[in-house]
Design a protein around this ligand. Structure first.
Ligand code: HEM
Length: 125
C-alpha cells in the first residue's frame, strides 16, 4: 500500500470514528439500551485500533516524530484527552448535567485533531 492510500484510509477512519462516537453519545441519551448491543460495543474498538495503527504507520513511513513535529505531539496529547473525556462521557456521570459538557468537549477535541492534521499547526484556527 502506498502513502496517499494509507493517508486517505486513516482520514476516512478518523471521520467514521468521530461519527460513531457522536452516534453513541446521542444514543446514550435517547436509547441507552442500544449501546449494550454487540456491534456498538465492538465496532468502536476495531475502528479506533485500525485508525491508530494507520496513523502510527504513516508517521513511521514519513519519518515524523512528536519530538520534532509539535503538531503531531499536540495531536497525540489531544487524542489522550479525547479518549479520557470519551470514556467519562459515555461510561460515567450518568444523570449529571456535566456529562453533556464532557461529551461536547470530546467532540471539540476530535475537531481539533482533524484541524491539526490538515494544517500541521498546533493552533490551526
Ligand atoms: C496514534 C495516533 C495518530 C497518529 C500517529 C497520526 C498521524 C497522522 C499522520 C502522520 C498523518 C499524515 C500527515 C500527512 O502526511 O499529511 C495523519 C493524517 C490525518 N490524521 Fe492522524 N494520526 C493519529 C490519530 C488521528 C486521529 C485520532 C484523528 C481524528 C480523530 C486523525 C485525523 C487525521 C486526518 C483527518 C488526517 C488527514 C489530514 C489531511 O487531509 O491532510 N488522526 N495522521
Amino acid at each position: 500500500m502506498d502513502y496517499p492510500i494509507l493517508k486517505a484510509s486513516h482520514a476516512g477512519l478518523a471521520y467514521l470514528s468521530v461519527m460513531l462516537f457522536s452516534l453513541r453519545a446521542v444514543l446514550s441519551y435517547v436509547r441507552p439500551d442500544c449501546l449494550q448491543g454487540k456491534l456498538l460495543r465492538i465496532a468502536p474498538h476495531v475502528l479506533d485500533s485500525a485508525l491508530l495503527a494507520a496513523g502510527i504507520t504513516l508517521a513511521v513511513w514519513a519519518g515524523l516524530s512528536p519530538h520534532a513535529q509539535p503538531w503531531l505531539a499536540a495531536k497525540l496529547l489531544a487524542l489522550v484527552a479525547y479518549i479520557v473525556l470519551g470514556y467519562i462521557g459515555l461510561k460515567k456521570l450518568h444523570g449529571s448535567p456535566l456529562r453533556a459538557v464532557v461529551l461536547v468537549g470530546a467532540l471539540l477535541l476530535a475537531a481539533y485533531m482533524i484541524a491539526v492534521a490538515k494544517s500541521k499547526m498546533v493552533w490551526p484556527f
